[in-house]
Design a protein around this ligand. Structure first.
Ligand SMILES: Nc1ncnc2c1ncn2[C@@H]1O[C@H](COP(=O)(O)OP(=O)(O)O)[C@@H](O)[C@H]1O
Ligand SMILES: [Mg+2]
Length: 378
């Protein structure tokens, strides 16, 4: 039963369908999801609304009973269909940080923090509770406010309290479902940094859910990209950005120009020449993955990030690896120009240096750098 890996959570082929009043075939909100949460890592489930993130997290917490699959936690099986095993939420080694922080308004900061030690899975007794809670409040900078009512804390302080409280329950893993999504953009950015420093300070193991790609990239050691109940890709943030495995991931993480491919040929050095409407594009990056999510495309896509599109004035004439495009729009954003150009009826977004002089209607010469062009196979 015990695994010799250092995974805090191992999820295998998790499936969950909700009962439907009407309709014939079963649809799965979570459809065969597998991933690990290694001890000490911050792992994020990222994907658009409705892709099954919350359902997955609730199955991990035991708040939903999955339809199939297996969940191991701290080396114990907490859910397994063939074994008919279901460990109750309160007996799982987790702490959930709710979206609203779930701070008790009728308690002081200290009593809020101490709550899991008085009522939780790892209950304690006596003076030790107060001492430990104070130490934790000290660490998160809330000690001077220990005797205040919890409602007298600012949003940021409430988040710190929610963390402190969750950690005082000694969980194997913290579970967080979009904890920043109710906040305005400025506070969200600030609390994101706080979260990040918490993570570093305490070395917590966390399973985090968000639909916000910037949040996922900034916070996570590993991101599990989900789409329609499936896992699309599991990778480190930089890998996801630089080596998206599908057009879905390329489009969802950052922005991407996706050019449909008619034909491909491999070169000896691992590079791929992809035939597109703007001409052949040499790609030194390619994914072996299947791209099932764009019907009617069999040849895959070339993916080029806006910042990797090279644009210059029309003269001299285009070389073999260049092509001509017409500027449709040009927006000055201070440090850069955001252009939309069009070639062979394909719009291409370009992030260009601010000094580049070009106006809508003018032609430019374009080059994709092979080192940053990815071929995404179908
Ligand atoms: N209690 C429920 N009953 C029926 N369908 C649900 C329930 N909760 C979620 N769903 C459906 O399951 C799918 C995944 O939902 P959810 O896990 O909440 O997605 P996410 O958190 O990624 O936005 C959606 O299609 C949603 O409508
Ligand atoms: Mg959700």
């Amino acid at each position: 039963m015990t695994t010799d890996t250092v995974n805090s959570i191992v999820i295998t082929e998790l499936r969950k369908s909700y009962e439907r009043v009407t309709g014939s075939e079963t649809t799965y909100a979570v459809d065969g999801v597998s991933f690990d949460v290694p001890k000490g890592q911050f792992v994020t489930l990222l994907g658009p609304s409705g892709c099954g993130k919350t359902t997955t997290l609730r199955c991990v917490a035991g708040l939903e009973r999955a339809t199939g699959g297996r969940i191991e936690m701290g080396g114990q099986v907490v859910f397994d269909v063939p074994q008919k095993r279901f460990v109750r939420p309160e007996d799982r080694p987790i702490a959930m940080v709710p979206q609203s922080y779930g701070i008790w308004p009728h308690m002081t900061v200290l009593d809020n923090a101490a709550f899991p030690m008085r009522h939780g899975r790892n209950r304690r007794k006596g003076q030790d509770i107060r001492k430990r809670a104070m130490e934790m409040l000290e660490q998160v900078g809330l000690a001077p406010m220990a005797d205040r009512w919890a409602t007298q804390l600012s949003g940021g302080q409430q988040q710190r309290l929610a963390f402190a409280r969750a950690l005082l329950g000694d969980p194997e893993v913290l579970l967080l479902d979009e904890p920043l999504s109710n906040l305005d953009a400025k506070l969200r950015a600030k609390l994101r940094q706080e979260l990040r420093s918490f993570q570093e300070q305490f070395g917590v193991t966390a399973l985090y859910v968000t639909h916000d790609q910037a949040e996922a990239l900034a916070l996570s050691d590993t991101v599990v990209v989900m789409n329609q109940g499936h896992v699309e890709q599991i990778d480190r943030p930089e890998q996801l950005y630089d080596h998206p495995g599908s057009s879905f991931v390329a489009d969802f993480i950052g922005s991407a120009n996706l050019l449909p491919v008619q034909d491909v040929s491999s070169r000896g050095d691992g590079g791929v020449v992809a035939k597109t409407d703007v001409g052949p594009v040499l790609c030194l990056r390619s994914s072996a993955g299947r791209d099932q999510h764009r019907a009617g495309t069999t040849g895959g896509f070339v993916c080029v990030r806006p910042e990797d599109v090279q644009v210059r004035a029309v003269s001299p004439a285009p070389a073999d690896d260049e092509f001509t495009a017409t500027v449709e729009s040009s927006e000055f954003l201070g440090d850069r120009l955001e252009l939309v150009i069009r070639a062979a009826d394909i719009p291409i977004t370009v992030s260009a240096r601010a000094g580049l002089g070009c106006r809508p209607g003018e032609d430019v010469v374009v080059r994709f750098d092979p080192a940053t062009a990815s071929y995404l196979a179908s």
